[in-house]
Design a protein around this ligand. Sequence first.
Ligand code: CTP
Length: 448
Amino acid sequence: MKKVITYGSFDLFHEGHFNLLKRAKALGDMLIVGVTTEQYDVSRGKMNVVDSLMRRIDNVRQSGLADEIIIEDHEGQKIEDLQKYNVDIIVFGSDWIGKFDYLRAYCEVVYLDRTKDVSSTILRHERLGIVKLGIVGTGRIAERFIQEIVFVSGAEAISAYNPRNKSAKDFGERHKLTYFHGEYEKFLESIDAVYIATPHNTHYDYTHKALKMGKHVLCERPMVLTEHEARDLYNTADKNKLVLMEAVKTAYTPGFINLLSIARGGRIGTIYDVEAAFTKLVPYSSRAREYDATVGGSFTELASNSLLPIIKLLGYNYETLEFESFQAKNGTDMYAKAMFKYKNAIATAKTGLGVKSEGQLLVSGTKGYILVRSPWWILKSFEVCYENPEENESFSAPFPGFGLRYEIADFVRNIADPTHQNFKFTHEDSIFMSSVIEKFLKATRQGV
Ligand code: CTP
């Protein structure tokens, strides 16, 4: 008996899927179909799959072509399956040509022509529409954003804005976008949503104007530096039924969500201490954005990351909050610590532009601790450690790229369905973060 196997997400099952399965089955006597889990799809960069795993399996079953259906949930499983099911032929669509040639060591590899003009991506776009996105600011983070958004179904970056003509033009041309300079309103007219990646002190105005013009906003961290401004922006968004999200990217990654569930689930017992650090050496210059005399400094620049696990694990109801910092020449902080005392726990957020430290996250509990090694905010794996090191466990949730695609995917999903609760990083989380940054600036600087 000749066994054939093929794999796919089979989201929004369509004619192309049916044709592929039919031709694959015709190559042998028995067809095995592997359907990917959502988690595996996300880890290989496929975001926003619409149908549940059960529905996708059901659709493959209803095609009547699969003799056996299995679930594909990790990298490397194909080789295991080839052995386990004693497969003769593995089939892929022509979009994968060359990619799986290494499997020829185990069986015959066949690439079949794709059916033209149909794909799950096209169907998702038809169903959900495409969010036309504009990018405000054209620096390093905007470059990353452009590279990541291509992995998210349902959104397309179409234009860029920078008050400086040359930067807007260079960025726009490099990425084949329409570009605008000095005409923010005109830029807003052409899009549905904006991603704001400019210096912090400009966030409020750009966000406020965009919301007023009916545009959804994803704003880089820190969104604003005062609680009042944060509340004002979320109120404006709510009033206009618009999505406003602060781009604290770590909050949206599967690894961080996994860490929260393990920590909250009691595996390390009761949590008594959360310590998070983020340092990035930037040589002092009064002209550097990071040392801007009013809104610069290590805390405004980096604390959004260090505060995230504290907020998510210990909440907002601290008893005391104290700061220590060392100043750069112009009075901005080049190294800072925020120390929280809760009823039954303590926490420290450490940031540095002029002092380097280990960028790790350490959560200590009565039964053990969770350690995420540097750079912890790009959270792809972590360890849970116990008194007996033989019991230590490692968890991994790898992702390709810079990790921005998760927040973009959530942003797009929230726009498509405004009833969606954004529990990963809530408005209240964001407002609380602004309030801590505001307190820091009041405590450490005069005249801000
Ligand atoms: N396939 C095909 N013809 C199409 C679409 C898909 O032959 N028009 C094949 C793919 O090459 C793959 C299998 O169907 O071997 C399952 O593909 P899947 O990734 O689920 O489908 P796509 O429509 O390509 O999905 P997406 O747009 O999400 O990438």
